[in-house]
Design a protein around this ligand. Structure first.
Ligand code: SER
Length: 599
């Protein structure tokens, strides 16, 4: 059974049960400034889980290309990938636990042919806000009893860390209005021996490699409230997600996902075009496979490597992929790209259409990466060359400051610096990094970003209002006035600036009127990355005292405001609806504080 067979069986199983197939949403989400990539099937469905009617009805099914950048550091083990395909089915206020759990069990055992003996499940143990999920446990009990297995051995309870799902993770991290709920996961047992390094006793959520989570049914029926409590949503939803690659590993009983029929031709191509064997270099080979698969899928969505947002992630993936490929003696990425496209073209036909473009993007990035390495070497050669006879031979010890410069201006990560043959004091490097982060924190870019309490719609609206207010205040009080701090929550905007007089009622009204005028003009909000020098030349406002900052992100609101900032923002000012100043304070040291609301 191939990955494609699993997709077809899954989709038709749920279509037979009244589900409508919905399209695979773009991997790069449209109109969602809060996230760079689609990371689960439910992400484009949030409005419908909250109650908006869906044009395809109450039962939906699909397969969704997903990317999770936060998993990037875990790549190299036998089960994590950054890019994966998620099989998903949803009930929007329709069926619930007693249909979902038996259906998934039936799919696994009857359609995909897994032995019930290989399956273990987990349910939510309850917390102060949400009771223990005894209903799911009872349903599982009946299911296991029906196939002659002892439910006590099969069902385990876990808390919010493992059996609660929301986009923000555990309940305490969820912003107000976010939907979430307890979930029930199914694990496949590979029967591999337990490794005590991971704990005395093995259990489904143990990381020793024996168990693999192959599907998650989220019972999304709660919504976080502004006061931190949880209320039931007006509707009960099922949000199921199962990783296709993991289901394939279970079907083929391969505890190493990279050894399944989906990945093995790619792993073979990497072996043929490097000096390495999978047995001896499995970690590097998995990184190469994962990073180029994800890179190809992202590039085929029209993203080019750059220093911003999706482009930055793509650049990081490709460069880390090349770093590992070159280390293993590989210098021809084309056959590896071809093997990836061969494996994914059936489900992603646009890969064939975009092949030349994707190949060009990857080869150009390899060139740019090699140039970066040369520039870094010549920087070090200039500084240290004479000490080793004009040439750099063998391992050269460089200062942590210079290593940091290679990181901050040449974009090289510590392992890439080491691969060039340069060693440095890692602890001192970490201290440089901390100093740098501190400076950013002090600078406006981070301060503005750090000033956001969360990334909810309301907070993002407040953030854009802050930029308009900043410019309006300068227009009315003079260009010597600038922002000294901000803190934005869903409830209000707090804005500090250097001004030692109380604002008159007239001045307050002028600021409000100007901001409201800009809201009514419905100005477009966008950002550009540019060298610090250019940002200053075009008159962008912000604190430009960062020592290490070469490139900055500048947000434009029409041609009214240009400000050095990390984002995020609304796309058009009309989203803010209206703006009002509600209070002003003197906070000492010649500074004033305004409280306002937008929306
Ligand atoms: N949203 C859940 C997940 O991503 C189930 O689809 O695991």
């Amino acid at each position: 059974m191939t990955a494609k067979d699993i997709i077809e069986k899954y989709i038709s199983f749920f279509e037979k049960r009244g589900h409508k197939r919905i399209p695979n949403a773009s991997l790069v989400p449209e109109n969602d400034p809060t996230t760079l990539f689609t990371s689960s099937g439910m992400q484009p469905l949030v409005p419908y889980l909250l109650g908006e009617p869906h044009p395809s009805g109450k039962r939906l099914v699909n397969v969704q290309n997903s990317f999770r950048a936060q998993d990037i550091d875990e790549i190299g083990d036998n089960r994590h990938t950054t890019f994966f395909r998620m099989l998903g089915n949803w009930s929007l206020d329709d069926y619930f636990k007693k249909e979902q759990l038996p259906w998934f069990f039936e799919l696994l055992t009857k359609e995909l042919g897994l032995s019930p003996k290989k399956l273990y499940v987990t349910v939510f143990e309850g917390n102060k806000d949400v009771p223990k999920d005894s209903e799911s446990a009872n349903i599982w009990k009946e299911i296991f009893e029906s196939v002659g297995l002892d439910p006590k051995e099969r069902i385990s309870y876990y808390g919010v860390d493992k059996n609660w799902w929301s986009r923000a993770g555990v309940p305490e991290n969820m912003p107000a209005n976010e939907p979430g709920g307890p979930d029930s996961e199914v694990f496949y047992d590979f029967g591999t021996p337990h490794d005590k390094k991971f704990g005395e006793k093995c259990h489904p959520n143990c990381n020793c490699g024996r168990f693999l989570e192959i599907g998650n049914s989220v019972f999304m029926e709660y919504q976080k409230q502004k006061d931190g409590s949880f209320k039931k949503l007006p509707q009960k939803n099922v949000d199921f997600g199962g990783g296709l690659e993991r289901l394939l590993a279970a079907v083929e009983n391969k505890s190493d996902m990279f050894q399944t029929s989906l990945f093995s031709p790619i792993i073979k191509a990497i072996g043929q075009h490097t000096d390495a064997t999978y047995k001896n270099h499995s970690k590097q080979i998995r990184i190469i496979a994962d990073h180029f698969i994800a890179g190809i899928l992202i590039a085929s969505n029209g993203v080019s490597p750059s220093n911003k947002e999706q482009g930055y992630i793509l650049r990081r993936l490709l460069r880390r992929g090349f770093e590992n490929l070159h280390n293993l003696g590989g210098n021809n990425i084309v056959p590896i790209v071809e093997s990836i496209i061969d494996q994914y073209k059936e489900t992603d036909p646009n890969l064939v259409k975009n092949f030349e473009k994707v190949k060009y993007t990857i080869l150009e990035e390899e060139k740019a990466y090699l140039e970066t390495l040369e520039n870094a070497k010549s920087f070090i050669r200039k500084k240290y060359g004479t000490r080793v006879g004009g040439e750099l031979k063998g391992v050269v010890e460089i200062s942590a400051q210079d290593a940091f410069q290679l990181y901050s201006t040449h974009g090289l990560f510590p392992t890439q610096i080491e691969n060039l043959g340069f060693i440095f004091d890692k602890q001192a490097f970490a201290q440089e990094m901390e100093k740098h982060q501190e400076l950013s924190r002090k600078g406006s870019g981070q301060k503005f970003k750090g000033g956001l309490a969360d990334h909810s719609e309301k907070t993002i609206m407040g953030h854009t209002a802050t930029h308009l207010m900043h410019q309006a205040i300068r227009d009315i009080l003079g260009n010597h006035v600038y922002q000294t701090g901000s803190n934005i929550t869903t409830k209000r905007i707090r804005f500090d600036f250097n001004y030692d007089k109380k604002l008159t009622d007239d001045e307050i009204k002028k600021v409000e009127d100007t901001v409201n005028e800009k809201i009514n003009e419905n100005l477009k909000v966008h950002f550009e990355m540019m060298p610090l020098k250019k940002a200053k030349e075009i008159g962008a406002i912000g604190l430009f005292d960062e020592k290490y900052q070469e490139n900055v992100k500048v947000y434009f609101i029409g041609d009214y405001s240009k400000e050095f900032c990390g984002g995020p923002h609304v796309d058009f000012t009309s989203k803010l609806k209206q703006f009002k100043i509600i209070k002003q304070d003197n906070i000492g040291k010649g500074q004033r504080r305004l409280y306002s609301i937008a929306g």
